[in-house]
Write a protein that binds this ligand. Structure first.
Ligand code: PXP
Length: 391
């Protein structure tokens, strides 16, 4: 294994080792050392202070140390063994807060710094070398992140609940959401979302069963964590489920899940879905605590609630809400969560969210259905797709 990661920290921090390993391996490759081996040791401040004193005779912790194998008198060792990069997660977390970047991003930067030391660069030798090292660090970080994000293609999933709302208004069989799903797919939607509510106000059990058989892209079943609906999901096996809070009197989903407040219950639902191979997305407000708890309890996706951004009535409020979405999406992405977003998105406010490189799918319903009444469903979906970055 080219990258060995060991964690010796007393501080529990939400860090995806899988994400770090992927980045470290890609970095080795970008530096022309794809075949080399690197050891990454994550420690806390007391651990780092001990190493700093032992090897550099300096008091207190530092952020990163790098020990090349050759320095340790290992000439006989295979050249592919580069050495150790040691990072203090406590210091990295403080620096991340100061620099307003995610912990993953700060650790990635420190990892790049340590790796460049192992490859022979040293900022302490001269100011010219310090400048060259800083420039190379920035170049590697930019390349790593832009490659990761370019690899993600944003797709559009259409929520067809309101086709069923219209049908239920008459209590007859038209319009049929199953037919609507086919039209959305033919127009280019990459997924269909339906919310099977406990009160069955729009989508019915029959719809979900038929959609499971007819959908060619991806069926995302939105649902509350109620036992009755969980049983249906486990039986029908959608491609994924999105857990949302559900209140009987609400007109539509009003806010994100309080993941932190019902950690145990949600963890249990995720584990049951996991066993059935059904990935779970948690619909959350753009809030760091919710993102981190979603990661902790094993969600595969989060769907960031865009409602407050969409409902904002002033430019300033809209900008503030957008920043919250961008920050939460970044944090979730950096943790290795897959990131969707939705609620309230329309033909005027979608482009800005769609431009974030961290989101992989938008879930849009009402605006598309409202436009479909006037221009037809096929055209309404195509017009929304035209707003997304070309894939
Ligand atoms: N995402 C979730 C979790 C939702 O509950 C809804 C509404 O059903 C949507 C996205 C789509 O919202 P809208 O209909 O406003 O586009």
């Amino acid at each position: 294994m080219p990258v060995l990661i060991t964690s010796q920290t007393a501080t529990p921090l939400n860090l995806s080792l899988k994400q770090l390993r992927q980045r470290a391996e890609r970095l080795l490759s970008l530096c022309g050392h794809a075949q080399s081996e690197l050891s990454l040791l994550l420690v806390d401040d007391p651990g780092m202070a001990r190493l700093n004193e032992q090897y550099r005779h300096k008091l207190g912790p530092t952020n990163v140390l790098a020990f090349a194998i050759q320095e340790e008198g290992g000439e006989h060792l295979p050249a592919e063994l580069l050495g150790d990069v040691i990072i203090s997660l406590d210091t990295a977390a403080r620096e991340a807060a100061t620099d307003r970047v995610t912990l993953h991003q700060r650790v990635t930067i420190l990892m790049i710094h340590g790796l460049l030391h192992l490859l022979g660069l040293d900022h302490e030798r001269s100011s010219a070398e310090a400048l060259a090292m800083a420039a190379r660090e920035k170049q590697l970080l930019d390349q790593l992140l832009s490659e990761e994000r370019r690899g993600k293609m944003l797709s559009l999933a259409i929520n067809i609940d309101h086709v069923a709302t219209l049908r239920q208004a008459r209590g007859i069989t038209e319009p049929d959401p199953v037919l609507a799903a086919g039209i959305c797919e033919l127009a280019g939607a990459r997924g269909i979302v339906v919310h099977l509510r406990e009160d069955r106000r729009h989508i019915q059990d029959r719809d979900v069963r038929l959609l499971r058989q007819t959908i060619k892209t991806k069926l995302n079943l939105e649902m509350g964590a109620a036992e009755e609906i969980i049983a249906i999901a486990l039986e029908i096996k959608p491609d994924m489920i999105t857990l949302v809070p559900e209140k009987r009197r609400e007109l539509t989903t009003e806010g994100g899940l309080n993941v932190a407040g019902q950690k145990k219950r949600l963890q249990e639902v995720i584990a049951r879905m996991d066993k059935a191979d059904i990935p779970v997305s948690l619909f959350i407000d753009p809030d760091s605590r919710q993102v981190n708890t979603a990661y902790e309890i094993g969600a595969t996706f989060v769907e960031i609630h865009t409602g407050r951004y969409c409902d904002a009535t002033t430019e300033q409020a809209r900008d503030q809400e957008f920043t919250l979405i961008a920050t939460a999406a970044e944090e979730a992405y950096e943790l290795g969560l897959r990131v969707n977003a939705g609620h309230g998105l329309n033909y005027l406010n979608t482009q800005r969210v769609a431009a974030l490189g961290t989101i992989e799918e938008l879930s849009i319903g009402h605006a598309v259905m409202a436009r479909a009444i006037f221009v037809g469903l096929d055209q309404a979906v195509r017009e929304m797709l035209a707003l997304l970055p070309a894939g």
